[in-house]
Design a protein around this ligand. Structure first.
Ligand code: ADP
Ligand code: ZN
Length: 599
């Protein structure tokens, strides 16, 4: 094991293993199969990269996304590891060259797309050389219920049949039990050792606000908390992605778009921009993000409700991989609930699929409506119980919502639904309740019914929140035609009869949350430090440009912070800094010491 630690220090420049890395590496290096469940940013790559260097032969890494394989390989080259990709981005000649080098045992790691790996040609090829291991990254892609399903992944079970003596490691950041079971079953990992890490991401602050005008709420959030930061904004539809991008651009932000309707070329151009330039806001559908390993994404914003907690957790998990403070922000309203329920109802999926989807949505809704700690709620959804009153770093902990007895108001809302014939949406119902004499109210003579104006004391905003919550709670439901018309449900009866009280959460205030910053936050810099920091960033940008790689491939922000704080004056001292391995010391040590001494 000391050899593994040596590699960690020498090659990767890190002083110690994180979490279960050491155990996973030992198990795999000894030839055991394993399934590793670790949150995004947990350090999954090292779990197979180090065994790849420890074991004889080449490690074959299966990864679903071409662009991102290249990033990994580029980063490995930077630290002097022999790695390559084999996928459809290569010309035939390039691919031949990789194959020849592979046969000549010139690689420690080879990244392949699943469809390439499964070809008879490739399987025969690797049968001729010593194999260190198989790593199956993003293993949740075997799950048919998940949103990243890749049919080819299911066939990966062939690896074990064909190469029974080669150890396999499957990795994922998807934590729920159902997916876990599916991975084990489909990849034939029943005898594999399972390593489950805590899925907590303490540096991410979760915040879910009531949607009023989501765009301007988003802008306020970015301007107040993340000026100049890189972030991802998720929207449900392609159209909304495009509109939001345009609008953010008009507001002066450097925003780019990404969705499956764009050309491949446009998509990869925008993705590159996001990865390479600083402070870019990526507006995207969930088509974007799997495998994105940009460490300094400072926020993830959702303008629409995700379909499940798994999705939400995975998307928000793309923030703050570097362990520094990051924000997960979401605006959510009644429209989201209606839209997603409708999408499930209308889909022509099988009944079982609909049921699973509906259950997942309900869990997501209850996360939105909870008055308790969001983090505890999510972790317990993944089967992880943390023994604390609250995390201290989510909106409900920092600004606890009050609950109020809304039974009477809910009864008024329900009887208004009933009296108007269960064919109207929340907008009209609120007009009736508030006594607004709109054209529609007059047309239907709703100013003559008993519920007209019985809710005029409450502002429209409050009524919206009431409707949203009672729909989320299942006390009202929407019609299947999809016009948002609200109906009473079985559950409405007890409330209407006064047999059941309803407690709702009061509006959360949307102003900026103040509260403790994460322990990992860099301390504010004084002016000399700021100067040094800027110098180091300029130097890093120059090198990155010369090498044609994103700045973080040269050094992470965390490494630059440490340099500013410790000011190492010799190469020896420099080698102690996190993220400075032998190769980087060799290449950059001289220059860095010059900059540091001069400051
Ligand atoms: P994951 O694939 O689990 O999302 P990565 O493997 O990309 O995470 O690792 C996240 C970041 O943490 C990377 O920048 C990686 O270099 C860094 N990292 C991983 N292990 C360690 C460690 N033991 N010490 C310091 N940094 C680490
Ligand atoms: Zn909390």
């Amino acid at each position: 094991m000391s050899e593994a630690l040596n590699i960690l220090k020498e090659v990767f420049g890190y002083p110690a293993f994180r979490g279960q890395q050491a155990e996973v590496i030992a198990h795999l290096a000894n030839g055991g199969d394993c399934l590793v469940l670790m949150p995004t940013g947990g350090g999954k790559s090292l779990c197979y990269q180090i065994p790849a260097l420890l074991r004889n032969g080449v490690a074959i890494v299966v990864s679903p996304l071409i662009a991102l394989m290249q990033n990994q390989v580029t980063a490995l080259h930077e630290i002097g590891v022999r790695a390559a990709v084999l996928n459809s981005s290569l010309s035939q000649q390039e691919a031949m060259q990789v194959e020849q080098r592979l046969l000549a045992n010139q690689y420690d790691l080879l990244y392949v797309a699943p469809e390439r790996l499964l070809t008879a040609r490739f399987l025969n090829l690797i049968a001729r050389i010593p194999l260190a291991l198989f790593a199956i990254d993003e293993a949740h892609c075997v799950s048919q219920w998940g949103h990243d399903f890749r049919p080819e992944y299911i066939q990966l079970s062939i690896l074990h049949k064909r190469f029974p003596e080669v150890p396999r490691i499957a990795l994922t950041a998807t934590a729920d039990m159902e997916t876990r079971k599916e991975i084990i079953e489909r990849l034939g990992l029943d005898i594999a050792k399972i390593f489950v890490s805590s899925f907590d991401r303490p540096n991410i602050r979760y915040q879910i606000v009531d949607k009023t005008n989501s765009r301007s709420q988003l802008l306020t959030f970015i301007q107040a908390e993340h000026p100049g930061d890189a972030g991802i904004v998720y929207c449900l539809s392609r159209k909304k992605v495009e509109e939001t991008t345009l609008w953010l651009k008009k507001q002066g932000l450097h925003a780019v778009a990404y969705h499956a309707g764009m050309s491949m070329q446009q998509r990869s151009m925008n993705q590159e921009k996001f990865l390479r330039e600083e402070g870019v806001v990526m507006v995207a559908t969930i088509a974007f993000g799997m495998g994105i390993d940009k460490p300094d994404v400072r926020f993830v914003a959702h303008l629409d409700l995700p379909k499940s907690i798994e999705g939400y957790y995975q998307e928000t998990g793309r923030a703050g991989r570097d362990g520094q403070a990051a924000n997960a922000w979401m605006a959510y309203g009644l429209g989201d609930v209606i839209q997603l329920r409708r999408m499930i109802q209308e889909s022509d999926a099988q009944l079982k699929f609909k049921q699973v989807s509906a259950r997942k949505l309900e869990a997501m809704l209850s996360l939105c409506e909870t008055t308790n700690c969001r983090r505890i709620r999510m972790l317990s959804y993944f089967g992880e119980i943390i023994d604390t009153m609250g995390c201290g770093n989510c909106d409900t902990c920092l600004n606890p919502p009050k609950v109020w007895d809304a039974t009477v108001e809910v009864q008024k809302a329900m009887s208004c639904v009933y009296r108007t014939g269960q064919i109207f949406g929340a907008g009209h119902l609120i007009d009736v309740l508030r006594g607004n004499l709109t054209a529609r109210v007059k047309e239907w003579h709703h100013d003559r019914i008993s519920t007209f104006a019985i809710g005029e004391k409450l502002p429209e905003k409050t009524w919206r929140a009431i409707f949203r919550q009672i729909v989320a709670l299942g006390l009202l439901t929407t019609d299947s035609e999809g016009h948002g018309a609200l109906h009473l449900t079985e559950a409405s009866r007890a409330v209407l009869k006064g047999q059941q009280s309803v407690y709702l959460r009061q509006q959360t205030r949307t102003e900026r949350l103040s509260g403790k910053r994460s322990d990992d936050d860099p301390m504010p810099l004084d002016s000399a430090e700021r100067y040094l920091w800027e110098q180091l960033r300029l130097w890093r940008a120059k090198i990155a440009k010369e090498h044609g790689v994103p700045a973080y491939v040269i050094f992470h922000d965390a490494t630059l912070h440490e340099l500013v704080r410790l000011r190492p004056q010799t190469e020896e001292e420099l080698s102690q800094v996190t993220g400075v391995g032998a190769r980087k010391l060799d290449k950059y040590g001289h220059h860095l010491v010059e900059i540091l001494r001069g400051s």
